[in-house]
Write a protein that binds this ligand. Structure first.
Ligand code: PLP
Length: 484
């Protein structure tokens, strides 16, 4: 079994912040705050908590207070203890575990509003123009067998050039074209992750990446993402304790929180990963969706890597259109060759017309498309923000400067994310509940709301969500205080 990750008393003190609420006795207050940390994923499940004496010294409370708080959590099922081994966080038996997708798949028929997917409709006329240009270029390729596992050289070069423009020297032999970022991730996991392998991930993280990790038999090891960003001390602790072979991170308009990792943290994460021999997979799918052109984005995370071991995954799906299904991997040429060779038994290669269209978009119309996306996404984000503020005033969130979603903490008195998502379906809205983006069924207090829909659709969706929240009476989580 993997070494259990531990949280130090000082780290737990920082994560707890101000926990003494005054209304409850100190031990209840401490137990309540610790429970919330577990349910929100800010302290992952299966993490060893500090010994009672240590924590009481750091928090400035009596040891009896910490012991009573731990006892409450044990009784509720949020803590497991074994004499001599300490106490570690847990979830009560019978809690629902996260489900992978929205099931059944929502359709756009029947008036259902789909807020389950953070993806935009095609920006026109650019997509049609690019596809038309691609068809005109096709005869040069129809004379070949059409099987290009690495991708078309012209697109590999265009993708490499875009990395160079963003400040990361890159050559075409470091690029391979994939079927979206999802295809890139699958190919990488096939090549690099075996069953039982530990892969450090942010919590929350992109739901389908977590599912891809689970499906290849690997184990996602969550590192909590705080409301305002990454905690490198938590990363250092997890990388040291769990020694994961891989880590998957989304530093640019993270999905679902839309946070951006500052440049100094990028450098530090690269050096932490190097120290533990952990290979970083950096997902840049959202990187071009910045809504604030005045503030330049930090350098790509791979720019801080001098050894060539950081792997980057990118996509045309958010910049241009998901329907193109074109993505890419940037890695050392030797790894690119190995993945391309392995591909013959999976998806062989990516469709040529779409590759040519993406090359056209990257080289001929990127600035115009980005300006267009920025205008519409800003308008959509502002509408969603206004709608939630008006209809659900006790829901809280940061207003992102890019990406495609609000990561929303639902009100304390309403239903939790899963109950809300279920109720919302009855009102004709699909949303992703918090636990889909977590590892152990945590994050129940959250939902992800994409601003990928036109303003009027978002207003209607939020009106329906408010109605669903009002009718869904069961608050979650519901700890049993009768035990105290
Ligand atoms: C962070 C992240 N990675 C990967 C993907 C999948 O991208 P693609 O459509 O290119 O497969 C998405 C799509 O939402 C995403 O948000």
């Amino acid at each position: 079994m993997a070494a259990r990750t531990a949280i130090s008393a000082a780290q737990l003190d920082r994560t707890l912040g101000v926990w003494q609420r005054g209304r409850d006795s100190a031990y209840r207050s401490l137990a309540g705050s610790l429970r919330t940390l577990v349910l929100d994923g800010r302290v992952p499940v299966d993490v060893r908590l500090p010994a009672e004496r240590e924590l009481s010294a750091v928090l400035g409370v009596s040891r009896t207070t910490v012991a009573a708080a731990y006892e409450v959590l044990r009784t509720e099922g949020f803590l497991a203890s074994r004499r001599g081994a300490g106490s570690w966080t847990a979830l009560p038996a019978g809690r629902p575990m996260p489900v992978a997708g929205l099931s059944p798949f929502p359709t756009d028929s029947g008036g259902v509003i789909d807020l389950g997917v953070a993806a935009l409709s095609a920006p026109e006329p650019w997509i049609t123009t690019a596809l038309t240009a691609a068809v005109a270029e096709l005869p040069a390729y129809t004379r070949t067998h059409g099987d290009f596992p690495l991708g078309l050289q012209v697109l590999r070069q265009a993708v490499a050039d875009r990395f160079v423009q963003r400040g990361l020297p890159t050559t075409a032999d470091q690029i391979m074209v994939t079927n979206g970022a999802a295809g890139a991730l699958s190919l990488l996991l096939r090549q690099l992750a075996g069953p039982g392998e530990r892969i450090a991930v942010e919590s929350p993280s992109y739901a389908n990446a977590l599912q891809a990790i689970r499906l290849c038999g690997a184990r996602p090891v969550p590192v909590p993402l705080a409301e305002d960003g990454w905690r490198l001390d938590a990363w250092a602790g997890t990388l040291r304790a769990a020694a994961p072979s891989l880590a998957y991170v989304i530093p640019d308009f993270h999905n679902p929180t839309a946070l951006v990792m500052p440049e100094e943290q990028r450098a530090e994460l690269v050096s932490l990963a190097r120290a533990t021999g952990t290979q970083l997979i950096v997902d840049e799918t959202m990187v071009e969706l910045s809504l604030d052109p005045e503030t330049p984005l930090p350098l790509p995370l791979a720019a801080f890597d001098r050894t060539g071991s950081v792997i980057t995954v990118g996509s045309a799906g958010k910049t241009f259109w998901g329907g193109l299904r074109i993505g890419w991997i940037r890695a050392r040429p030797e790894l690119v060759q190995r993945i391309a060779a392995d591909r013959a038994s999976l998806d062989v290669c990516s469709p040529l017309v779409e590759q040519l269209a993406v090359r056209h978009l990257l080289t001929e119309s990127l600035p115009e498309v980005l300006a267009h996306q920025r205008r519409r996404v800003t308008e959509q984000r502002d509408a969603l923000v206004a709608a939630v503020h008006e209809a659900l005033p006790d829901w809280t969130f940061r207003v992102p400067q890019g990406g495609l979603s609000l990561w929303v903490r639902t009100g304390e008195d309403g239903p939790g994310g899963s109950a809300l998502a279920t109720a919302a379906q009855r009102f004709g809205v699909w949303i992703g509940s918090g636990p889909r983006f977590g590892v152990d069924g945590v994050l129940e207090r959250f939902v992800r709301l994409p601003y990928a829909q036109p303003p009027e659709v978002s207003w209607e969706a939020v009106r329906r969500l408010a109605a669903a929240a009002a009718t869904e009476a069961v608050p979650a989580p519901a700890p049993d205080f009768s035990l105290l």
